[in-house]
Every structure is written in C-alpha cells, then in structure tokens.
Design a protein around this ligand. Structure first.
Ligand code: ZN
Ligand code: ZN
Length: 255
C-alpha cells in the first residue's frame, strides 16, 4: 500500500498545506489540498474521497477537484462521508449558490459526483482496500479511518481531528497488521483548554492518549497549527517518543 501525506497542517500558508492523504494514487482521505498538492494528471485517477468531517480545512479543495475531473473520467467521483457530513456538503457547498450541485450535472441520471453514506464501523471496499470509519471526538461529527490493504495485509489508521478518544485505540490494538497511526495534535500545551473545547490535542494530551496504544508503531502527527509549529516541535520532542514524527508532509510511505 502506498500512502502519501499530501498535506499535514491545521492551517494554511505558503508551504503549509491543509490535510489530505492519498492511498495507492486513487483514494483520497480528506480534501484539504488535493488540487494544490497534485498536478492535474494526478488528480484524474482519484475516484473516491473519504471525508472525515465537514470543516473547511478538510473539504476546501473538493469543489475544484470535481471541477477538474468533470468530463474526463468514466464514472462519477464518489464522495464518502457520514450522513452528517453529506448533509453539510449538500446544504453548504454543493447547493447551487456556493458551488454547482455536481450530483445533478451533467444530468441527474448520469452525474459526475455521487455521495456515499458511511456508517460507523461498517467497512466499505474500494478495490483491494477496506476502509472502516471510526467515530472520534471532535466539535462536529467526525470519523477517523482504518484503511486495510487486503492484498498486502497491511493497515494504517488516520484519526482525523479529535481530542482524546478511546475507540480508535481499541481498534488499533485489535488490528494485528497495523503499520502506523496518523494522529491529531493541533495546539501547544498551554492551550489545552482550547484544544479540549475545539476537539483537538496538545502534545501532553497526545502522550496521555498514546498510553492506550499497545503497539510499537510509527506515530505520525498531523494538524499542527503553523503559527505554533516551533513551540509544538519542542514539546513533541520533549515527549521522548522515538517512533513519533511530525515532519510528515510530502512523505510517501510504502506499507
Ligand atoms: Zn475539524
Ligand atoms: Zn482540521
């Protein structure tokens, strides 16, 4: 399985890209930077996008991706999300005001985009990949994803935006072939109250949550706020966790 970290930040500035992961060149997890990180040619093979939640930093490039691939691909682009996510996308983005409703274009019978509703812990199969949504602890309904490659017998978990949570770690502990976890850490330690209120983690909160993980696997930290990057780097280094890495944007990981 090829996992590409296209964007790994919880804020946007020059080289700091918002969150998107790309699996096997064709499945995207979140759409923070799909059209800004990928050439037009690399956008065309994306046939499925899993959306963790409806916050702008995770859906921002979805309208432009659909616009780019419109008319170029065989079938529709499939947007997967919980019922709450899909309703938010319909109401607030693809509503013929902010952006055209591509689920009716070029015609309702042959649309260029379809919505697929995800249900908690019910896996969906996309080619050789099996993706299981796991509800997490954020300000709005949000699901992380367990992504398993059935051909290679490998798996990873992307927690998506979350404060401290349990179920993700239970599933991580029960997944024998788990190779890495990509986990939220957004604010420095002195802003723990803000992190809790907004459904995110600080380095100290992350360290407490990681005690629930019984596996020695790489921990890839995403969603750092660029304005706090230097301070958070010091605080994350101070945790002394040798398998933890927060410089992950641009990495291509074969697992
Ligand atoms: Zn969020
Ligand atoms: Zn976010």
């Amino acid at each position: 399985m090829k996992l590409e970290i296209l964007g790994s930040f919880g804020g946007n500035a020059d080289t700091y890209r918002l969150t998107s992961l790309l699996v096997n060149d064709c499945l995207a997890l979140d759409a923070g930077c799909l059209t800004s990180a990928l050439t037009f040619e690399r956008q065309l093979p994306i046939r499925n996008v899993m959306v963790s939640h409806a916050h702008s930093d995770h859906i921002g490039t979805l309208p432009y991706l659909i616009d780019n691939v419109f008319g170029y691909s065989d079938g529709p682009l499939r947007i997967h999300g919980s019922a709450a996510v899909i309703q938010a996308l319909k109401d607030h983005v693809f509503n013929d005001v902010i952006w055209p409703d591509f689920s009716k274009l070029p015609s309702p019978s042959s649309p260029s985009m379809v919505f697929e509703t995800l249900h908690a812990e019910r896996p969906v199969h996309i080619g050789s990949l099996r993706v299981t949504p796991i509800p997490v602890n954020h300000l709005v309904p949000c699901t992380g994803f367990l992504v398993e490659c059935q051909e290679q017998g490998s798996a990873f978990i992307y927690t998506a935006d979350t404060a401290q949570t349990d179920r993700v770690w239970e599933i991580a502990n029960a997944t024998d072939n788990l190779k890495c976890v990509i986990v939220d850490c957004s604010f420095p330690n002195h802003l723990e109250d803000l992190a809790v209120a907004s459904g995110h983690m600080t380095p100290q909160m992350l360290a407490r949550d990681l005690k629930k993980l019984e596996r020695k696997i790489p921990i890839l930290v995403y969603h750092l706020k660029p304005s706090f990057e230097r301070q958070m780097a010091e605080e994350l280094d101070a945790l002394g966790l040798e398998l933890l890495n927060y410089r992950i944007q641009g990495q291509v990981i074969h697992i």
